[in-house]
Design a protein around this ligand. Structure first.
Ligand SMILES: [Zn+2]
Length: 131
């Protein structure tokens, strides 16, 4: 998800009102993912801390690699056995497979991250208490 860069927010001269708004909230809030108290500055609007956003993005990236890889392999098989490209155009087909891997992986990563954000499972990253 795209977040506004900080400097863009500052263009409107809201800095003073921002800090007034901030001071009404406590300095630390509990992250809904890992249940650790973190600085309010690290939180996004879903109350995920930066570490949790990063781990969710990494997990989404793995999904992207897996899906992109499967898509590329399936496409390569289909091209190889159905189209049976000649040696002259094989480079074009390889580029097609690489492109499918790249684009498919990117899309899968965005969807996986979006799904995680949408589901927003509570305490997903929390360390269970020792018994
Ligand atoms: Zn967290």
């Amino acid at each position: 998800m795209h977040r506004f860069p900080v400097q863009e927010m500052r263009v409107f001269g809201k800095k003073d009102r921002d800090s007034a708004w901030r001071s009404r909230f406590p300095d630390t809030v509990t992250c809904v993912r890992c249940l650790q108290k973190k600085d309010v500055e690290d939180m996004d609007r879903l109350l995920w801390c930066e570490a949790c956003q990063r781990s969710a993005r990494q997990r989404a990236a793995i999904w992207g690699w897996v899906f992109g890889g499967l898509l590329a392999v399936a496409l390569a098989f289909w091209i190889w056995f159905q189209i049976q490209p000649s040696d002259i155009v094989i480079g074009g087909w390889i580029a097609t497979v690489v492109g499918a891997f790249w684009i498919g992986g990117r899309i899968a990563r965005e969807i996986a991250y979006g799904v995680m954000r949408y589901q927003n499972r509570k305490a997903e990253e929390a360390v269970p208490p020792k018994v």
